[in-house]
Design a protein around this ligand. Structure first.
Ligand code: NAD
Length: 252
C-alpha cells in the first residue's frame, strides 16, 4: 500500500546540524516515520533527543565540528557502531555570512565553502561508498533559494548552495544505477537562526513576507514531509532533483 512506502521503519538516518532549526525538524520527522536517527552537531542535541525520545523514537548524538575534515570521517563509523547500518544521509549543517562582497576576507570565504560545499561532498563520497557496497541508500542535501538566485551580500553562501544543487545532479547521475537516490531540498525563507539577522530587520522581514505567496516565514515542520518523502521508497525514481519548499517564493 502506498503509505507503507513512506515508512522509514528499520532505517537508520544520519542528519548533520541536528541540534536546532531545520536539522532538528528533519530529525524529528524521520524518527516519527520510524527511522533511528544519528544527529551530528558541534553542540549538544539534547533538545532534539528529548523531542524524539518523548514519542519513543531512537536518537544518538554525535558531537562533531564538520569544518574539521577529521570529524567527517567519524560520522559513518559512529553511526555504524551505534545501529549496524546506515540508509539515509541528510547534509543539513550549514552557515551563512552576510557581508558586502568587496569586504569578504579570504578566511570568511573559505569558512563558508568548507562547511557548505566541501564537507557536503566529502560526506556524500564516504556514505556513497558505503551505500554502493550495501546495495542502495538515500542522500538529501539541503540547498537554498540561493541555489537558484543570487541573493544580496551572501556571495560565498550563494556559491556554495549553487554547488550543492550541481553536486546533487552530478552524484545522482553516477549513483542512480546503484539504487542510490541523491536529491536536495531547497528551503525558502525559514524562521531559524540562519535568518535571525533578516527577521530582526523589520523592513527587510516585511519585504520578504510580502514576496512569499504563502505570506509567512516557513518553519522546520514545513520541510518534514519533503524530507520523509525523499528518504523513503516512495521517491525511488527521483534522482538529482532539488525540491523547493518555499511557500511559492520561486514561482513568483
Ligand atoms: P541554523 O543556523 O539554525 O542551523 C545550522 C546548523 O548547522 C546547526 O545545527 C549548526 O549546529 C550546524 N553547524 C554549523 N556549523 C557547523 C559545524 N562546523 N559543524 C557541525 N555542525 C555545524 O539554520 P537552519 O536554517 O536550520 O540551517 C540548516 C540548513 O538549511 C543550512 O544548510 C542552511 O544553509 C539551510 N537553509 C536555511 C534556510 C533558512 O531560511 N533558514 C533557507 C535555505 C537553506
Amino acid at each position: 500500500m502506498i503509505l507503507d512506502k513512506f515508512s522509514l521503519k528499520d532505517k537508520v538516518a544520519v542528519v548533520t546540524g541536528a541540534n536546532t532549526g531545520l536539522g532538528q525538524g528533519i530529525s524529528v520527522a524521520l524518527a516519527q516515520a520510524g527511522a533511528k536517527v544519528c544527529g551530528a552537531a558541534r553542540r549538544s542535541c539534547e533538545d532534539t533527543a528529548k523531542k524524539i525520545e518523548d514519542f519513543g523514537g531512537e536518537f544518538k548524538e554525535i558531537i562533531a565540528d564538520l569544518s574539521d575534515r577529521k570529524s567527517v570521517d567519524i560520522l559513518l563509523s559512529e553511526a555504524l557502531e551505534a545501529y549496524g547500518r546506515v540508509d539515509i544521509l541528510v547534509n543539513n549543517a550549514g552557515m551563512i555570512l552576510r557581508e558586502d562582497s568587496v569586504n569578504v576576507s579570504d578566511e570568511y570565504w573559505y569558512k563558508v565553502i568548507e562547511l557548505n560545499q566541501n564537507t557536503v561532498f566529502f560526506l556524500c563520497r564516504e556514505f556513497g561508498k558505503h551505500f554502493i557496497s550495501q546495495g542502495g541508500g538515500k542522500i538529501i542535501n539541503i540547498a537554498s533559494m540561493l541555489s537558484f538566485q543570487g541573493g544580496i551580500r551572501v556571495a560565498s553562501y550563494c556559491a556554495s548552495k549553487s554547488a550543492v544543487a550541481g553536486l546533487t545532479k552530478a552524484l545522482a547521475n553516477e549513483w542512480a544505477k546503484y539504487n542510490i537516490n541523491v536529491n536536495a531540498i531547497a528551503p525558502g525563507y525559514m524562521a531559524t537562526n540562519n535568518t535571525s539577522q533578516l527577521r530582526s530587520d523589520e523592513d527587510r522581514s516585511e519585504a520578504i513576507i510580502e514576496r512569499i505567496p504563502a505570506g509567512r516565514w516557513g518553519t522546520p515542520e514545513d520541510i518534514a514531509g519533503a524530507a520523509v518523502f525523499l528518504s523513503s521508497e516512495a521517491s525511488s525514481y527521483i534522482n538529482g532533483f532539488t525540491l523547493a519548499v518555499d511557500g511559492g517564493w520561486l514561482a513568483r
